[in-house]
Structures are given as C-alpha cells and as structure tokens.
Design a protein around this ligand. Structure first.
Ligand code: SDX
Length: 395
C-alpha cells in the first residue's frame, strides 16, 4: 500500500491527455498547445473544443460548437423562477451550485449515459452557466434579465447579459482570453472532485455540482475575490508594505500568491498581468493594477512567492466592471470546459477512485453502557455556532 502524503501532494492519481502543468518551468499546455499561444490566437469556444475533442477545430467544427452553444443558451423558465426565489443574501456561488443541480431536472439527456448524451450535457452546461450567473445578478439588482444575443461570442455575450450593454472590443477580447486561461488546469481540487464523482458513474450534473462546491473554497477558486478584498483593504500604494508585513507576521496567506504545483511563476498570471494593465489603461483606471504590482514586488522581496492565476484576474475583472462576488462564478464559467472534458475522459476509461486512509484512531475499545459513562459536558460543536465575524479570513 502507498504511504500517506498530506494533500496528495505530487501524488499521481490518474493518467490524462488533457492538460500538462510543468510546475518546474512554469509552463501550461492544453492538449499539447502552450497557453501563451492559445491566449494569443484562440477563443474560448475554440479552446473548449480542443479540450473536449483533443484537436483544434476546423472552421466547420468551430461553427458547430458556436451554434450549439447558441442553441443551448435558452434557459428553462422554471429555473429562472428558482433564481428569483433566492433570498438577497444568497451568494452567487450558492446560487450557481443550486442552479446546476436544478438544470439537471430540465435536461432530457440528464440520465442517459452515452458519449452523445454527455456531449449534449457538456454543451448545455457550458452555455447555461454564464446565463445563470448573469441572470442572478440582474435579478438581485432589480434589473431586467437580458436575452443572449446570437451575434455575440461566448465571452462578449456574458458581459452583455451581465451589464446590459455590448462590451467594447478591448474588454470583450480581454475577457475571452481570461476564459481561455482559466479553462483547465490538470487535477486541481475542483476537477479532481468532478472526476471522483464521475468515477462512481454519477451523472454529469452531479459531477459538475461537486466541482462547483469545491471551487468555492478560498484556497482555490475563491481566492480571486479575496484578492480584490485585499486590494480594497490596502487601498493605496503607501499601505502595501504594512499590509504584507502584518499578513505574513500573522502567518496568514497573501491571497493570489503561491501554488501547489508551480515552483516558479504561474504562466497565466503573466498574461493576466498584461490584460489588467491594457484594460486598466483603456478605461483610465490603473489604480488596482499599480497596487497589485507593488504587492507583487513586496511579496517577492519578503517571501519569494510568485503570483498565481487569481492575482491579476482580480484587478482585470474589476476594471471590466464585473461585481467582486462574481469573480469565482466567472472562474466556473470558464472551468466548465475543463471539468466536462475530464468527466468525459473519466467515463471513457473509468476506474472507481477510492484511495485508502492511514488509521490513527484508538483501537480495541470495549463498549461502555451509557449509565456508566458519567456526565460528560455536551460537545461544544453540538451547540449553535455564533455567525462568524464579517471578513474573517479562513486559512
Ligand atoms: C488556484 O491546483 C490548481 O491548479 C489551482 C488553480 C487552478 O487553475 O485550478 O491554479 C487555481 O486555486 C490557484 C491558488 C489560489 N489560492 C490562493 O491564492 C490562496 C493563497 N495561496 C496559498 O493558500 C497556497 O499557496 C496554496 C493553497 C495555493 C498552495 O498551498 P500549498 O501547496 O499547500 O503550500 P503551503 O500552504 O504548504 O505553503 C508552503 C509555504 C508555507 O511556508 P512555511 O510555513 O513552510 O514557511 O509557502 C507559504 C506557506 O506559509 N505560502 C504562503 C502563501 N502560499 C504559500 N505564505 C503566504 N501567502 C501565501 N499565499
């Protein structure tokens, strides 16, 4: 039996041909193509096709995917009603997790198991997740839900549905590249969660619901929103040094830095840095980019840590006008392409994923009748917890 490794660090859990993360050299490849080339030349639709089918599409195949996404943007009215019924305090990730589950009940393919049925579910989820995220924001803001526009691409259409106006070309292209960059990343926690679910032959919707719940954690997809909270808390270049010193002194994490796999810079961060500067300049708002640069220099000087994908995406999404609590749902809007590609790969050559645990608990204990157990105090965790203080950072 293999020995225990905390967090499965560097453990090879399965074989995959979808994504290569070269943590030593800071390189990332989707199906053999470098992320830098895809960011420079591809679109989210083309990259999603590559992840799903293993090859770059011909112009006909790309048109098929674009048309399929277009057709699948039609959103079930019953699920829109579910979104309307959420309390105003519901977080966008809670809503997204619930909506993906609900969408399953309105997909006639949901319980069919075949590659064709699973590809249909893949298209529906990829098309409908952005619709759901935008619709929830419009509803909670008391604004009309926008109908997707056939002539807009996937990225531009989300910004249109969210903001009610067509994005300018610079913003649309920057957001499209951000979706390319976030589309897959080998066996990150949420993708692994999806594959563990798919490994039991649970359906696509159940597997993606597992992934969404996992992405929400602040050590994973939730980090980009926490980066923006950090930027706003710092608020000024002059306060960067003090914030970083205090965070490190308190043994807390500076959000957006470090990575389990990359020993050097996350290649996505470099592209997102350029996009944040470009869009910030085009909007005349470089404040958050400049504070980010000062944080990056300070964290390097004090801890030799590199920024990861979540660091510059925060300032980019802010200048694109995306509400801060939608940053993690935006991660899901992109990562649905990778999640579904991995679920399809798991189904194609499945083996139940079931690791072992090293038992370290007590052994050989004899049963004690309750009357002989004395009066232990009620366990504290069984009492109602006070709601956590606002802004409490969890490690
Ligand atoms: C994503 O897996 C993926 O591929 C994920 C992702 C994807 O595309 O799916 O890339 C997306 O989740 C990116 C990561 C987003 N999370 C954050 O930005 C949160 C902040 N980062 C850290 O929590 C941390 O870096 C992790 C969780 C990302 C990685 O943690 P590890 O591998 O478990 O490393 P660790 O916590 O054991 O830290 C190792 C050392 C420690 O120093 P020592 O205590 O040994 O002296 O590095 C330090 C840590 O203190 N460290 C940090 C730090 N990250 C690591 N110190 C301060 N701030 C940080 N951010």
């Amino acid at each position: 039996m293999a020995k225990f490794v905390a967090g499965l660090e560097d453990v090879i859990a399965l074989e995959s041909s979808i994504c290569l993360v070269d943590g030593t050299h800071g390189k990332l490849y989707y199906r053999g193509y470098s992320i830098e080339e895809l960011a420079a030349h591809s679109t989210f639709e083309e990259t999603a096709y590559l992840l799903w089918f293993g090859e770059l599409p011909t112009s006909f195949q790309l048109k098929d995917v674009e048309d399929s996404l277009l057709d699948n943007r039609e959103f079930p009215g019953e699920v829109l009603d579910i979104i309307r019924d959420f309390p105003p305090t519901a977080t966008p990730m809670e809503v997204l997790r619930t909506v993906v589950s609900a969408l399953s009940s309105f997909d006639r393919n949901a319980c069919y198991f075949s590659r064709e049925a699973d590809l249909c579910k893949t298209m529906r989820l990829t098309a409908q997740i952005p619709v759901a995220v935008a619709a929830h924001h419009r509803i909670r803001s008391g604004l009309p839900v926008m109908t997707p526009r056939a002539e807009l691409g996937h990225a531009a259409n989300f910004l249109y549905m969210l903001q009610g106006i067509e994005p300018d070309a610079v913003s649309a292209r920057a957001f499209d590249v951000a979706l390319v960059l976030h589309a897959d990343h080998e066996l990150n926690a949420s993708t692994f969660a999806a594959r563990v679910s798919a490994g039991t032959l649970a359906d696509m919707y159940s597997s993606i619901t597992s992934a969404i719940g996992t992405l929400a954690g602040p050590l994973h997809g939730g980090a980009n929103q926490q980066v923006m909270q950090m930027l706003e808390e710092i608020g000024d270049m002059a306060r960067v040094e003090e914030y970083v010193d205090r965070t490190l002194k308190e043994k807390k994490r500076v959000m957006g830095f470090g990575h389990r796999v990359y020993d050097t810079t996350d290649p996505r961060a470099e592209v997102l840095r350029q996009l944040s500067q470009e869009v910030g300049a085009s909007k005349g708002d470089l404040r958050w980019f400049e504070i980010s640069e000062k944080i990056r220099e300070t964290v390097w000087r004090k801890k030799q840590l590199y920024p990861n994908v979540d660091f510059y995406s925060a300032s980019l999404y802010h200048v694109l006008g995306i509400p801060h609590d939608l940053f993690t749902p935006v991660f899901a809007i992109s990562r649905i392409a990778g999640w579904t590609a991995h679920v399809l790969e798991q189904y194609a050559n499945n083996r139940l994923i079931r690791p072992r645990a090293e038992y370290v608990g007590p052994r050989n204990r004899q049963y004690v009748p309750i009357d002989d157990r004395g009066e232990y105090p009620v366990l504290p965790e069984l009492r109602d917890q006070e709601s956590p203080q606002e802004g409490t950072q969890t490690q």
